[in-house]
Each structure stands twice: as C-alpha cells, then as structure tokens.
Design a protein around this ligand. Structure first.
Ligand SMILES: NC(=O)c1ccc[n+]([C@@H]2O[C@H](COP(=O)([O-])OP(=O)(O)OC[C@H]3O[C@@H](n4cnc5c(N)ncnc54)[C@H](O)[C@@H]3O)[C@@H](O)[C@H]2O)c1
Length: 473
C-alpha cells in the first residue's frame, strides 16, 4: 500500500458515511482515526516476554463464551483467576459459583456497570486479561488493558474497524504486551495436521486456500434470551443488520494464514469482496415483528447480504477465498481447503487429503496422522478432548497461550495476526460499498513479514495439565 495516511483517511470517511446510513450505536461507536507509524516501535512477531511462572488472570464478558473459558482454565497448571467482570451481576455470580464448586479461590468481582472493567484493569496484580464481550468492545478493552500492564487475549474478531486494527498493533508494540486473538480454529486437530504437513512440504508450494464461517445462526441472532439470557443485548443482530461485509472472517482464515506463513514470509496484497442480497433476515424480522413489537426496529434495516465471498491475493501470488454465511439453512462448514503443487487437503463437508486424482486411502490417512500430528496434540490432545470446548481445540488454544506466557515463549498469534485477520471485515465492507472493487490490505508488520519466523510447531516447554474435581451441580 503506497500511502497509509490516505488509506486511513478514506476508511474514516467510509465508516463515517456508514454510520450516518445505519444510524446504529455500533456503527457510531468507532474509535478516533489515527495515522499509523511508518515503522514498528518494536517487532512483536516472535517476541518472548519475561516468564510468568503463575499467570494471574482476569476475565471480562462472562456470557456464553467467557463463562466456558473460565471453566476450562483450572485444568492448566500455573494459572490463577484473580478477577472477573461482567456488566451483568448474574453472570459474575454464575462464574464465582463455578470457581467455588471447583474448590478454587474466589475471584474479585467487577459488575453492575458497563465501565466496571476499567476498575478491574487498574489492578496491578493481573498478567493476562481474557476478553469475551461483544465485538465492538474488544479493542477498547484490549488497548486499555495493555496500557495498564497486562497481556490481552481477545475473542474473535479482535477489531471491527481499520483504526482499531492499528490501535491493537501500535499499543502492543509500544507496551510490549502480547495481543493475542483467541482463534481457536487454528488448534482444530485436522487444521493442525495440515499445518504440519504444509510445513513439511507435503502439499508442495501452496497455491490457494479457502476458509469460511458457514453456520446458520438465525435462531441465535434473533433470540431474546431464555436460558441464554446474555443475548438479550442483541449485539449480533445489530452488527448483521447494519454492516454489509464478511463480519466473522477469522475462523476460516486463521488456519489458512498459518499454513501459508502470512505475516511470516508472505503477506496479503489486496482483496475484493462481493455479497448477495439479504433474502432471509429482513423477512425473519418482519415475521417476528408481526407477533412481537420488539422486532419492529429491525425491519427494513440495511441488512448485510446473506452470503459474502471475499478473495485475497498475496505477495507471493497465492489466492485465498473467505466465505461468511450465518443466515441460510445449510450444514456447518469452515471449508479449510489447501491446494498446492503436490496435493490438497479439504475438511468440509468431507475430510480428505489427496496427492493426485484420488484421495488417499483410510489406511494411508492413518499413516499421515501418525507422522504429522503435531506434538501439542500428541501431548495434550486427549486431555483437551476430555475438557471439551469445540472438540478440544479451545483447551489447546488456552494451554498454548499459558504455556508461552509461563515459559517466556513467542505466542502463536500476535498483534499483526489479530489486526490482519480482523481487517477483512472493514475492508470487505469498503469493497462491497464500491461495487466489489479491490482494496489494498495494509502491511501491519511494516516489512517485518519478510524476516518474521513461522509459528513454532515443536514444543520448547510443556506446562502440565491437572485433574479438577467438578461439582455435581
Ligand atoms: N471462538 C469461538 O468459537 C467463539 C464462540 C462463541 C463466541 N465467540 C466470541 O466471544 C464473544 C462473546 O460471545 P458470546 O456468545 O459469549 O456473547 P454473549 O452475549 O453470550 O456474552 C457477552 C457477555 O459480555 C457482557 N458484556 C457486555 N457489555 C459489557 C461491558 N461493557 N462490560 C462487561 N461485560 C459486558 C454481557 O453481559 C455478556 O455476558 C464474541 O466476540 C464472540 O464472537 C467466539
């Protein structure tokens, strides 16, 4: 990209125009535009922070995802839950009870106000904050936390605007605090197998990758609560009804980027994005509004198109397709396709690997698993499956992060990955608004991608895992 200043100016105007059009709180809640520095203050790729033998953790956002994250953490050695925060006290009560049931020390509670998290961040005894709030709060919380001396782990997507992407990068560099996007799909067993195979050259030179988030979430997005009380905020619906782009790119994209060493040997150059019309969500809002006035405000909003397809071209001339569809009746898929000069891997709808016309036999697949399953899975995989969380990948992600912090190792996903994988959303919005014209993707590493080292697959250290007594309740 030739001129980041012009680029950001353009983005600010584009986002500003979108805000007026949408008139929603989310569209308006953007951070101040800021010109990124031309040179990194410090290269966070491969950075090894000082060891933290016991990682003192704070959690903010204890709804569906955050409460599950707290439940997983006691299985890892060398971790302590120091503080928990949710604007809704019912959520902190639930998590405090969970800690008590597991015979763990009580955590300090911050609840009852949308700003309580700031007080929590002002503590001086927290090493890592785990952020699982609605999307528009991720960056403000992570930036504030890093400024207050803690590493930040952020649910996906880490940022919602280009300004926020740069804020994450610049704050992480300036504070030398890790800014890790919690992209659990990078730890899925098949994705990790293919990462190791790609690293060993089994697919040859990678030419093309495809990833997606295809998951019919209409019932969830329109749900007012019930037992899943937290959705009453309707934050998912707000985003989907006001922003037309690939709103959730990182699940499909993260693993492909790791296989292609994006930010570590290759980089994204530009993208183009196209969206269908919305054929289902406004109709759903109208149908619900007939029975329940609550939904009237969602009728005839500028809904995002049902199916978004975004195409990226990289510096090395590879292509990546990223799809997003959370509103059609179809089976779940993240696609996960890697196509190279020697072979191909494909996960959804049917998992296969091929080195020519025919997919390999079940017997040879077992040989490949044996040879290329990475160490993290051979060591921790069985435990991860038992703890659960998307088949074990959530636990592997937590474990890997804690292991890096405890042993002073580089993290698998740094601030540049967080910014790059998240920036697909604002850039796809811009491309769609401009008849799918191409948009440059900024180099968040500012040249670092040429020498940054790929994600490590060999374990340099290994934090233990432990049995935790679960209460019958
Ligand atoms: N990686 C995955 O597989 C995965 C799966 C589900 C959700 N997520 C992500 O996790 C995040 C949370 O999703 P969820 O399904 O748990 O949503 P949720 O609505 O169930 O939970 C969000 C929680 O944040 C709290 N919150 C809102 N504003 C707050 C504030 N100002 N201060 C403190 N707490 C506040 C809410 O009260 C709620 O408890 C999202 O970013 C989502 O994309 C990731």
């Amino acid at each position: 990209m030739s001129n980041r200043r012009d680029f950001l100016k353009g983005m600010t105007l584009a986002v500003g125009a979108g805000s007026i059009l949408a008139g929603s709180t989310i569209a308006k809640a953007k951070t101040k535009a800021k010109t990124p520095s031309a040179k990194p203050a410090f290269n966070m790729s491969g950075y090894c922070a000082p060891k933290i033998p016991k990682v003192r953790m704070a959690y903010v956002g204890l709804g569906n995802r955050g409460s599950g994250a707290v439940a997983r953490i006691p299985y890892i050695e060398g971790v302590e839950v120091v503080a928990i925060c949710d604007k809704d006290k019912k959520c902190t009560d639930k998590v405090q009870k969970l800690l008590k049931d597991r015979k763990l020390p009580e955590a300090a509670v911050y609840a009852g106000s949308p700003d309580a998290w700031k007080k929590m961040c002002q503590r001086d005894d927290i090493d890592l904050i785990y952020i699982a709030t609605p999307w528009e709060l991720h960056t403000p919380m992570a930036v504030y936390a890093m400024e207050h001396g803690m590493h930040a782990a952020i649910e996906v997507p880490a940022a919602t605007t280009m300004e926020e992407c740069w804020q994450l990068v610049e704050t992480s560099e300036r504070t030398r605090k890790h800014c890790v996007q919690l992209e659990n799909c990078c730890y899925d067993f098949f994705e990790m197998l293919t990462l190791n195979m790609a690293r060993q050259g089994m697919f040859g030179d990678l030419i093309h990758g495809e990833g997606a988030y295809i998951h019919n979430l209409i019932p969830l997005k329109f749900s007012k609560g019930g037992h899943k009380r937290a959705y009453a905020d309707m934050w998912r619906l707000e985003h989907n009804s006001t922003r037309n782009g690939n709103l959730y790119p990182t699940h499909g994209l993260g693993p492909i980027c790791q296989c292609m060493d994006i930010n570590r040997g290759d980089k994204m150059e530009y993208l183009t994005s196209m969206a269908s019309n919305d054929f289902t969500m406004n109709a759903q809002a109208k149908a619900r509004a007939k029975k329940d006035d609550f939904y009237t405000k969602y009728v005839d909003r500028p809904w995002r198109g049902n199916i978004n397809t975004t195409l990226v071209r990289t510096s090395r001339g590879r292509t990546i397709m990223i799809q997003h569809d959370v509103s059609s009746p179809r089976p779940y898929s993240r696609i996960h396709l890697l196509s190279g000069t020697k072979g191909i891997a494909h996960k959804y709808p049917k998992q296969y690997i091929a080195f020519g016309h025919k997919e390999v036999s079940a017997k040879y697949m077992r040989v490949l698993h044996k040879k290329f399953t990475p160490e993290i899975i051979t060591r921790i995989g069985e435990m991860a499956k038992q703890v659960g969380g998307h088949g074990g990948m959530d636990f592997l992600m937590d474990w890997s992060l804690i292991n890096s912090l405890r042993n002073g190792l580089a993290v698998d996903m740094d601030c540049y990955d967080a910014a790059l994988w998240s920036c697909i959303t604002p850039l796809s919005i811009e491309s769609i608004a401009n008849r799918s014209n191409s948009v440059d993707v900024p180099d968040f590493t500012r040249g670092g991608w040429k020498t940054n080292k790929p994600v490590a697959l060999k374990l340099a250290a290994a934090t233990g895992v432990k049995k935790v007594k679960k209460d019958a309740s």
